[in-house]
Structures are given as structure tokens and as C-alpha cells.
Design a binder for this molecule. Structure first.
Ligand SMILES: NC(=O)c1ccc[n+]([C@@H]2O[C@H](COP(=O)([O-])OP(=O)(O)OC[C@H]3O[C@@H](n4cnc5c(N)ncnc54)[C@H](O)[C@@H]3O)[C@@H](O)[C@H]2O)c1
Length: 413
């Protein structure tokens, strides 16, 4: 199915960015919100994104105006009566999404695909609000959508394979890298990123190291920003919400770090409030004293602060990547590709599964066993690791691991 015209519902942060991406690819797009002023505000955001390109000399003012002709604002969903695909980007509340999908189902042509940009809600549950679950799918963009190459395509239980093909083709026409992800909490990228970020917070609690030193060490590993700078920019409240959703779904290994909860409770939720793990010039003082808190934890545990190792947060991500691989959430190649394109995982390391191959899967397993003993049950190694080691698939040095390093062997799926 060719997509000639697109609708975007919700003209906030993501909706406006997505409308810009769609118009940039040359397709007409209707940007709808609850009223005229909200929809117009979205249009202004689209213009601002284009203006930044003009300022950088990446397009001319005339080209900007041509692109803007493709974007129209609608004060309600009625403006979406003739689109081929809708991308829903309203606030992350399930009853709201259900209401919006019910309305879209009534208004949009029977042939139209209804996609959701939700970060965490169930696509299958959203689809159940419509009479066309075969045409409902997840299409998850990353912030900022105009810069991030990855989109996760998430079929629900009732999604037709044709809908998946259509949305993959559409994503490619936007010059994005689509990755098909089996429906699960956090989908792929957030499911793997959250334990890494959460573990960095656990390390801050347990280890004798500062926020800045951890960030610097992860940047020297190759991450584009350190975990605390990233948490501050995402918002600690949002990160905690995600961690709680994952905890509910996957159990103890995803339990949010108590220090993350303490920061959110103290209102230190990141750049948007002027204070998170770093200080951005907030005027108001708060009572959270990180050093005192850490002392209390160390005394309570009756032990000396531990020595920091970057392997600890990285292995939290690696182990989750292996569990996701076992569950068939995505292939080994797509898992690594997603973490590189969706989080900036250093390309020379290839992704968490390539990293495991480089470190040696036997070594990864040994480290996880030790962490499980010393730190906690959340480091219980994914069963596939033991299976690989027992079979001699220990990684790059052995010529085979998650990937094959011998020219004749097919990659592991
Ligand atoms: N912000 C991010 O970094 C990010 C990244 C990926 C995915 N997401 C997901 O994208 C979605 C939107 O997030 P956001 O950050 O852009 O939110 P936002 O709050 O910036 O925007 C939401 C928009 O939805 C509009 N809206 C609310 N009810 C509506 C209705 N009944 N009809 C039409 N419009 C309505 C609001 O007026 C607002 O403009 C969420 O599902 C979120 O989880 C967000």
C-alpha cells in the first residue's frame, strides 16, 4: 500500500518533530491537536526545526516555505478523514490513547493504518479500542525525531503482516532505519537502556566515585553522553516511570535504584527543573544530601564502598540484550543496530552483543556470576550465555559467538 498522505495526532514535542520528518520526505501531513492554538503551536515547532536547518545553510528560505506548504494544522481529528496513515503522538495515558484510537477508527478511511508512537503502552491493548486491529501498529520514533535514525516497528497480536511491510516501507521512505520488534514492555531500546542507566545509579550509591567521574568514564568508553547527563536530559521522573513499568513486567532485575527514587522525591528531576544529578542553576534549595545518603547506605550495608567498574552498567545492558534475544524480540544484528542507532552506543564496539563477543562470552558469564553473588540477583546470567560457552561459542577470539567471525558461518539468530 502506498502512503500518499499522513496524519499526526498530538502536536507536542514528538508530534511536531514527526510531522517535520514526514514533510521533509515530501509527503503532505495534517497535524491535529485538541484545539486551534495547540495545533498552530505544533506548526510553529515544525517551522522552527526547518529554520534551524536554514540557519546552518542546509536549506534555503524558499525550500523551507515549500516544505511548510506540505504541513497543515487541524483543531480536531476530523482533519484526518482522508489520510492513508495516522501516527498518534498524544500524551502517554492509556485511557486517552484508547479514546483517540476509537475516534480515529470512526473518522479515518477503512484502509488507513493507525500507528502509535507510544514508548511503553501495549499496542495490542490500544488496537483493541478499534474495529481494525490488523491495521494498528507501533511506530516508535526517538527524540529528536529529525536527528535520530532509528524507528521501532511493533506489531501487536492482531497486526496483519501487510501492515508491518507497509510501515517498514514508509519508514524507509522517511530515510529512517526501521527495526521490527516483538511486542514487550519497553520494546527494545528502552528495555536495554533502562537497566544500564538504573545500574549507573546503583553504582553511584555503592561505589566510591562521583557522578562526573562515572559520566567521564562512560564517555571515554565511547557513549555520546554519560548516564547521569542523559538522565538529566530525559527527566528523572520519566526514567523512573519507565523503570517502574519494566519492573512490573520483568520483575526484580529491573527494580528502580532507591537513589533514583530519592532524587525524584526531592524534586530533582533534571534539566527541566534546573537540578537533577547536576546543577543547572536552580534557585530553590532542596534537602537531598547525596554524600550523607551514600554514607548511610555504606554504613547500613556494613561494608566499604566498592570499586567502580564500567563493566557493571554495561553488563546490565548486555545481559538484558541476551534475554531479549532468547525471547525472539529481535535478531542479534537488529539488537546491536538498534542500540547504536537509538542510543549512540559506540559504533566501533558494534552494540552490546558485539561487545560481549569482544570481551569474551566466557568472561561475561564469569563477571555476571560474580556480580550476582556480590551485588544481587538482578545479575542472574541469561541462560543462553551458559549454552554458548558450553558449546565453545565464546566470542570473537573463538571465531564464533553471537556473531560469526569465520567467513563460512551464518550469524546466530
Ligand atoms: N518526548 C519524548 O522524548 C518521547 C520519545 C518517544 C516517544 N514518546 C511518546 O510520544 C507520545 C507523545 O509524547 P510527547 O513528549 O510529544 O508529549 P507532549 O505532551 O509534548 O505532547 C502531547 C500532545 O498531545 C496533545 N493531545 C492530548 N490529548 C489530545 C487529544 N484528545 N487529541 C489531540 N491531541 C491531544 C496535547 O495537547 C499535546 O500537544 C507519548 O506517547 C510518548 O510516550 C515521547
Amino acid at each position: 500500500m502506498y502512503i500518499y498522505k499522513v496524519g499526526v495526532v498530538g502536536a507536542g514535542t514528538m508530534g511536531a518533530q514527526i510531522a517535520q520528518v514526514v514533510s521533509f520526505a515530501g509527503l503532505p501531513v495534517v497535524l491535529a491537536d485538541r484545539d486551534e492554538s495547540l495545533a498552530r503551536r505544533g506548526l510553529d515547532t515544525v517551522r522552527a526545526i526547518y529554520q534551524a536547518r536554514v540557519a546552518k545553510g542546509k536549506m534555503t528560505p524558499e525550500q523551507l516555505e515549500e516544505k511548510m506548504l506540505l504541513v497543515t494544522a487541524s483543531p480536531n481529528l476530523d482533519g484526518l478523514h482522508d489520510v492513508d496513515l495516522v501516527i498518534e503522538a498524544v500524551s502517554e495515558e492509556f485511557p486517552l490513547k484508547q479514546r483517540v484510537f476509537r475516534e480515529l477508527d470512526r473518522i479515518c478511511p477503512r484502509s488507513a493504518i493507525l500507528a502509535s508512537n507510544t514508548s511503553a503502552l501495549s499496542i495490542s491493548a490500544i488496537a483493541s479500542a478499534t474495529t481494525r486491529p490488523a491495521k494498528v501498529i507501533g511506530l516508535h520514533f526517538f527524540n529528536p525525531a529529525y536527528a535520530m535514525p532509528l524507528v521501532e516497528v511493533i506489531p501487536g497480536l492482531g497486526t496483519d503482516p501487510q501492515t508491518v511491510d507497509d510501515v517498514v516501507g514508509f519508514s524507509e521512505s522517511l530515510r529512517k532505519q526501521p527495526v521490527i520488534v516483538k511486542e514487550c514492555a519497553g520494546f527494545l531500546v528502552n528495555r536495554l537502556l533502562s537497566p544500564y542507566l538504573n545500574e549507573a545509579v546503583w553504582c553511584l550509591q555503592d561505589d566510591d566515585i562521583s557522578i562526573k567521574e562515572i559520566d567521564q568514564d562512560m564517555v571515554s568508553f565511547g557513549m555520546p553522553v554519560g548516564p547521569f547527563a542523559l538522565l538529566d536530559s530525559v527527566g528523572l521522573d520519566i526514567a523512573l516511570d519507565v523503570a517502574r513499568i519494566l519492573h512490573r513486567s520483568y520483575g526484580p532485575r529491573m527494580a528502580p535504584a532507591p537513589l533514583l527514587e530519592a532524587f525524584v522525591k526531592a524534586g530533582r528531576i533534571g534539566i527541566k527543573t534546573g537540578k537533577g544529578f547536576y546543577d543547572y542553576g536552580a534557585v530553590e534549595k532542596d534537602s537531598l544530601d547525596l554524600e550523607r545518603l551514600r554514607m548511610q547506605v555504606w554504613q547500613l550495608n556494613g561494608r566499604q564502598p566498592a570499586k567502580w567498574s564500567r563493566l557493571r552498567p554495561l553488563l546490565a545492558m548486555v545481559n538484558e540484550a541476551v534475554i531479549a534475544l532468547q525471547e525472539g524480540v529481535a535478531s542479534a544484528r537488529d539488537i546491536d543496530l538498534s542500540m547504536a542507532a537509538g542510543t549512540g552506543f559506540p559504533s566501533e564496539k558494534g552494540g552490546p552483543l558485539h561487545l560481549a563477543d569482544q570481551i569474551g562470552i566466557d568472561h561475561v558469564l564469569q563477571e555476571l556470576d560474580e556480580l550476582q553473588e556480590r551485588v544481587g540477583i538482578r545479575f542472574w546470567p541469561a541462560p543462553m550465555l551458559r549454552r554458548l560457552v558450553d558449546a565453545g561459542f565464546t566470542g570473537q577470539a573463538a571465531g564464533r559467538g553471537f556473531f560469526s567471525y569465520a567467513p563460512t558461518m551464518a550469524p546466530m539468530r
